[in-house]
Design a protein around this ligand. Structure first.
Ligand SMILES: Nc1ncnc2c1ncn2[C@@H]1O[C@H](COP(=O)(O)OP(=O)(O)OP(=O)(O)O)[C@@H](O)[C@H]1O
Ligand SMILES: O=P(O)(O)OC[C@H]1O[C@H](OP(=O)(O)OP(=O)(O)O)[C@H](O)[C@@H]1O
Ligand SMILES: [Mg+2]
Length: 292
């Protein structure tokens, strides 16, 4: 039987962003309605759709060789030492920023500091993280598991909540105020230690990670190429500090071609300056992958 890599993809909040990242990395993942086995256009990989909360559990016990999930759920499942983290991929549901697990209370609550939680009721999906955090502050409080829609609970069903926030809109819509940060979380590519030690699986995972990271690194970056008269070369290159542009000879010895990778938001300032400095035939182009 040929080798196969068992890959867990996160259902729920990270699902669409993960599929989009795989597409940019060069893999086509297709989700069929009601099926938990997405297809991928690589016969060496078998995908399973699993809740982010449970990913670390199945990677730890070897049911899956690897998977993507949030660091938060690796910590909550106490699996940090039992899985190998092959990559941090900084993307969330809607942004390229980490999420924050925060303790929040109603805007008009008297709770201002962790100490004020003594004897209070806290609702959360991350019971272990919350209990450890309270203990680190020497506070005893009742931590109740919440199945979701947690923001609705204060003040009637809980005094405070520990909830994940990305844009902050859910906290705001429910008139909640942040008292403290418990954990910052990003998406991680995790692997089963035995799978990570298997040469074929490790190579397959490393290749996948390389392409996922390469696709992420290319986001927000563009290439710029231009023709520059030799006598203007120094002035043009001086406008690109820290960028190590590639200089290539053209068929006309009086001219040089300059190629550089830039962040997209630098470009609108740079192009007019480059043109004034003598560059012409300036071409900006998108990038699919950047591999260091
Ligand atoms: N905007 C976001 N909201 C919630 N979780 C997010 C967000 N962005 C990234 N995540 C990550 O997604 C994972 C949770 O995803 P999952 O789909 O399993 O839970 P969920 O979105 O709360 O699902 P459900 O609400 O259906 O129970 C966590 O690792 C979390 O850090
Ligand atoms: O800061 P924001 O950008 O608003 O994102 C955070 C919200 O998104 C998640 O809700 P989810 O869709 O998982 O619903 P749930 O509360 O039922 O789990 C999370 O539980 C917060 O409610
Ligand atoms: Mg949720």
């Amino acid at each position: 039987m040929s080798n196969q890599l068992k890959l867990g993809l996160p259902a729920g909040s990270l699902q669409d962003a993960t599929a989009e990242l795989f597409r940019k990395a060069g893999y086509k993942v297709t989700f069929a309605s009601r099926s938990y086995y997405p297809t991928i256009d690589d016969p060496d990989i078998h995908c399973t759709l699993i809740r982010a909360q449970e990913m670390a559990r199945y990677v730890r016990d070897g049911s899956l060789d690897c998977g993507l999930t949030g660091h938060d759920w690796v910590v909550e499942n106490d699996a940090e030492k039992d899985v190998v983290e092959l990559a941090e991929l900084v993307f969330s549901k809607v942004s390229r920023r980490p999420v924050r697990w925060v303790l929040a209370v109603p805007n008009d609550s008297p709770i201002q500091t962790p100490k004020d939680l003594q004897g209070k009721r806290i609702a959360t999906e991350v019971v272990n993280i919350t209990r450890k955090w309270l203990a680190s502050h020497g506070v005893t409080a009742s931590v109740e598991f919440s199945w979701g829609a947690t923001e609705v609970k204060p003040p009637k069903l809980a005094d405070a909540i520990v909830e994940v926030t990305e844009t902050g809109s859910s906290l705001k819509a429910n008139n909640l105020r942040i008292v403290a940060d418990l954990l910052t979380s990003t998406t991680r590519f995790i692997a089963n230690p035995a799978a990570a030690a298997d040469p074929w699986k490790r190579q397959k995972m490393d290749d996948l990670v390389l392409m996922l990271k390469g696709a992420m690194a290319a986001e927000g970056k563009v290439g710029l190429m231009m023709n520059v008269p030799r006598e203007k070369q120094a002035a043009v290159v001086a406008l690109l500090p820290g960028h190590k542009p590639t200089l290539s000879a053209l068929s006309d010895p009086e001219w040089v071609d300059v190629l550089v990778i830039l962040t997209e938001n630098e470009v609108r300032q740079l192009i007019p300056s480059l043109k004034r400095a003598g560059a012409c035939g300036i071409v900006e182009f998108p990038l699919n992958k950047v591999i260091d």
